[in-house]
Structures are given as structure tokens and as C-alpha cells.
Design a protein. Structure first.
Length: 255
């Protein structure tokens, strides 16, 4: 027996390979897809290449998955870390909104930086989008919708569009990671430990600025409730406290 790419064993020519279980076949297919994506790029991700690399016939692939696209869907669900990252690990570990904000950005940066497979998925989405990768991107968006809605309500008193803020920060992380081996960016080498530490420190500082503002906003909210309870119109209260009028109208309805 000789050792193939990604640790997959292949039999000498003419010798029958021992029968594999369905789980072992999927393991070999996943390993083959990983090797092709990382070593050759997503443009080479075709059923013939995967079949040859994994030593699994196309007939078996179709029998087990129906279509090649279904096999890829199984693979990308396993390697698209974002859903698991946000909905399980971070959501379960963080005690408040500030911790959650910091953890999402730091853990996303660390995990994306260390995950060449997901980096390839993002490159694929940008360079050659098709129906399959669009579905994957939409599923990722759907998995984050509840988290964004909760954060949006939390940041409304501050007048911060948290969806736009996350969009800018996360897309920035995408870009900095994907081009880290090209050159420095704004005099920072994000391929080094020092560069990564500077990003981590920035996330901490940004959270301090945002949540300090939220503490002030909470104080204003308490003052607004008192003024509204005295019959002062929401528009006047918003002007006095320099707060968002839409938020003030909603606050008046609550109280």
C-alpha cells in the first residue's frame, strides 16, 4: 500500500481496495475536496477530480449524495464555521453584550485567519459566484439574523447602525486576512503575531468607546422616561436630550 495525498491510502495498480463504510467514503471525499481547494483552487473542484483524488467512483458519489452539488453542500456545512461560531460557542460563553461584541470579532478574526478552507470559500464567492455559493452565503446571513436583530435593539439608543458597523469590521477582517501575504497594510503586517495583536487591541478599544457611549445613553434614557412621564412631548424630549426622535417615539409608546 502507498500513502496518497491527505493521508488517503491507495492500493497498487490492479489490486482491489478493501471495501469502505459510508462514513469512510465521506471522510475520503472530504479529504480530497480539502486538498483540491487548498492546493489547486476552487476552479478545479469538479466531480472527476474529486473522484480520482478520493478513489471513489462517480457512481458511488451519485448513489450516496444524489448530485455532486449535494456532496459539496455537506462539505461546506462542515467547514463554514460561522454558524457554529456565533450560535453555539460565543452565544453560550458570553454574559453580556460587550463580551459578545468583542468575542464575535476576535474569534471570527482568529478562526478565519487559521482556516484556509473557509478562506477559499470566500474567494470563490468573490471571484466566481454561482447559485451554489450564493446559497451558502445566504444561509450564513440567515444564521446571523437573530444575533443582529438583538444587537440592533441594544445599540439603538446610541444611534449606532450595528449592522453597518459589523459589515465594515467583518469585511475588513476578510480583506486583511486574504491579502496578508501580499504586503503590509497601513504599515501593519497582519501575517505576524504583532500585527494580529494590534487588531485584537483595536477591538478591545473600539468596544470601550462604544459601550462607554451606551452607558451615557442609558442615563439619558432614564431621564427621558422621567420627562415623558410628566407629559412633555417626545419631540421636545428628543431635542432636550439630543436623542433620536424615532427612538423617543418608541420609548413614549412603551411608557
Amino acid at each position: 500500500m502507498k500513502e496518497g495525498t491527505c493521508g488517503i491510502t491507495s492500493s497498487p495498480k490492479g489490486q482491489k481496495r478493501s471495501k469502505r463504510s459510508k462514513a469512510e467514503i465521506e471522510r475520503d471525499l472530504v479529504a480530497a475536496i480539502t486538498d483540491i481547494v487548498v492546493q489547486r483552487g476552487f476552479t478545479q473542484l469538479a466531480i472527476n477530480n474529486v473522484s480520482e483524488q478520493a478513489h471513489v467512483t462517480k457512481r458511488v458519489i451519485y448513489e450516496n449524495y444524489g448530485t455532486f452539488e449535494n456532496l459539496l453542500r455537506v462539505y461546506f456545512v462542515k467547514h463554514d464555521f460561522w454558524t457554529d461560531l456565533v450560535l453555539s460557542k460565543i452565544a453560550g460563553e458570553c454574559s453580556d453584550a460587550k463580551d459578545f461584541f468583542v468575542a464575535v470579532l476576535k474569534e471570527f478574526y482568529r478562526t478565519f485567519d487559521e482556516n484556509p478552507i473557509f478562506q477559499c470559500i470566500v474567494r470563490w464567492e468573490i471571484a466566481a459566484p454561482n447559485d451554489f455559493v450564493r446559497k451558502g452565503a445566504k444561509n450564513r446571513e440567515s444564521s446571523c439574523r437573530e444575533m443582529l436583530e438583538k444587537n440592533k435593539d441594544f445599540f439603538q439608543p446610541l444611534g449606532v447602525d450595528i449592522e453597518a458597523l459589523y459589515a465594515v469590521l467583518i469585511s475588513g477582517i476578510y480583506y486583511l486576512v486574504l491579502r496578508k501575504d501580499v504586503s503590509t497594510f497601513c504599515n501593519i503586517d497582519f501575517s505576524t503575531k504583532a500585527g494580529k495583536e494590534r487588531m485584537s487591541c483595536l477591538i478591545d478599544k473600539l468596544a470601550e468607546f462604544l459601550f462607554a457611549g451606551l452607558e451615557v445613553a442609558e442615563g439619558k434614557k432614564r431621564s427621558a422616561v422621567r420627562l415623558l412621564s410628566r407629559g412633555i412631548p417626545p419631540r421636545e424630549v428628543a431635542e432636550i436630550l439630543e436623542m433620536d426622535e424615532g427612538f423617543m417615539n418608541a420609548l413614549a409608546q412603551e411608557h
